[in-house]
Design a protein. Structure first.
Length: 239
């Protein structure tokens, strides 16, 4: 294989590598979108879970209030029974004050229970509505996930196809030249070759020494840009 053919093969290889990199970036973006879809569902699930936990806590608080309410009613009933056996006016008044305080406490507990019931009903409605939203989101997310995955799979097929083409080309390039190409590609952000045109390296847009540029027309040796070190491929302006 002459030098011109080697450079043309390397140029094709670089074009394929650019395509593969572009498709991998596309694939990454699609995978990020998949992650965003899943995260959106997780956020709503966490919201529903937090609301359900709050609902459970309200139920416990309501039960505790009802327990206290029952205890106070029991105390009142017991005190009222005991009043029948009281002999002195002083004791009667003391128990009366206890019953009065207990009835006040019962009233306050009833208000608090009603408040908890109201909070529970309101939050239960919110949980129900949020669960409906979650079900719709899960359904829509499943559809979107399926579509994104199909896109990812299609891109992967194209990547695999280009990798096969790349493997064929790499077998045509001498190992030492391929190694140089790979090294430069890693060092120069994926661009190991640069077009030389009208006396300039289009890789770094620097002016090439006249003698070096003239030697490119001879295809006697592999020449590199003295500024960016990329291998030069001569391409004249199309007329």
């Amino acid at each position: 294989m002459n030098l011109k053919k080697k450079l043309e093969t390397l140029a094709q290889l670089q074009d394929i590598d650019h395509l593969i990199n572009g498709m991998k970036n596309t694939q990454k973006s699609l995978n990020d979108e998949l992650g965003d879809i899943a995260q959106a569902v997780d956020v709503v699930r966490e919201e529903v879970s937090a609301m359900e936990n709050r609902l459970t806590q309200l139920e416990k608080e309501k039960a505790a209030l009802e327990e206290n309410h029952a205890a106070e009613l029991s105390n009142i009933s017991r005190s009222e029974t005991n009043m029948k056996e009281i002999k002195t006016n002083k004791e009667f008044q003391a128990v009366g004050r206890e019953i009065s305080a207990a009835r006040k406490q019962v009233s306050e507990l009833e208000d608090q229970v009603l408040q908890k019931i109201s909070q529970i009903e309101e939050l239960s409605g919110e949980v129900t509505a949020r669960k409906v939203s979650l079900e719709e989101l899960v359904k829509n997310s499943a559809q979107r996930t399926s579509e994104k995955q199909a896109e990812i799979d299609k891109v992967q097929l194209d990547i695999d196809s280009d990798i096969t083409r790349r493997d064929v080309l790499t077998k045509e390039v001498p190992a030492s030249l391929l190694k140089r190409y790979t090294t430069l590609r890693d060092q120069r952000r994926g661009q190991a070759l640069a077009i030389a045109r009208d006396g300039y390296c289009l890789g770094c847009n620097m002016h090439l020494p006249p003698q070096l540029y003239n030697n490119l027309f001879k295809y006697e040796e592999l020449l590199a840009c003295p500024h960016c070190q990329r291998m030069l491929v001569l391409k004249q302006q199309q007329s």
